[in-house]
Design a protein around this ligand. Sequence first.
Ligand SMILES: Nc1ncnc2c1ncn2[C@@H]1O[C@H](COP(=O)(O)OP(=O)(O)OP(=O)(O)O)[C@@H](O)[C@H]1O
Length: 321
Amino acid sequence: MNGPVLEVRDLNVWFDGPGGRDVHAVRGVSFDVRPGDRLALVGESGCGKTTTVLGVLGLLGATASVSGSVRVDGQEVLTGGDAAMAPYRWGDLSIVFQGALNALNPVRTVGSQIAEVLPRDGRVSRRAALRRAGELLERVGMAARNVAFYPHELSGGMRQRACIAMALAGEPRVLFADEPTTALDVVVQAQILELLDRLADELGLAIVLISHDLGLVGQLCDRAMVMYAGRAVEEGPTEGLYTAPRHPYTRLLYEATPVLGADRPLRSIGGSPPALDVPLAGCAFRGRCPDAEDRCSLAEPALTPVAPAHRAACHLTGRTP
Ligand SMILES: Nc1ncnc2c1ncn2[C@@H]1O[C@H](COP(=O)(O)OP(=O)(O)OP(=O)(O)O)[C@@H](O)[C@H]1O
């Protein structure tokens, strides 16, 4: 089946904010994930990447209000509440949480923690569950005997592999990986990206990588959605976002990203993203945008096609940015 596994349309998330002012953290985000896709959600800290994914998976707490549409295999799961999403979560759709490698329970073995999240069809013996946990560890490049190890006995990279094994327990078709390489050294970062790449190939798994690093996503993903202030401001082939960015934010984000071998100075992006607990007038990026014009304060630009499979939300996209 080549149709999308996941279709997200006009997703909005509000959090109860201090003083009764709601934080509009995700603003009208839409994307599809098809079997084998490698999509990245990219942007600075606080731009809404994690909230988007947790909103899709129905994992936001009671302080969040979510609207829009989320379909799995064409079946609406958002409006049906938790009961509608529950059959898909950890099964078809799984996630490696941000900071997961540091969230393993230190007093339980890795094997018992993986065994706990295995889907249960009837009674499964402890021995069979540990055997399956060992198979999952082998799948992520670890020896099965690591089931008996405690998290502190493993390196950071191995703990992250164990977390990925855990996320594979329900045999997902889409794996969200939220900043899976943060806190790992560059060599181990590359190994984790290679692992995700291999799993995508071997299992036909779709990967949605969440990262602040536009350079890094190009190593794994062929398509990226750049987010700013809770919205998608540009989306398209990853390569095109580097070579021909059509939103000034994407360009500045790339210029602020160290890329091995790139002969260019690094520049930080001045200013900070706007507060999301007050209504935004005009383009959310205009206060930091070197190209901003008067019209940018009048209306928020819509995401519009700028090239095949490439869209940008900038009033200036008619011109070369
Ligand atoms: N539980 C919450 N209550 C209130 N506001 C929240 C909550 N969770 C996130 N936010 C706000 O929503 C916005 C988006 O946060 P989110 O964590 O999704 O961003 P992000 O792009 O994933 O950044 P990071 O990589 O730092 O997690 C931010 O302004 C954040 O402060």
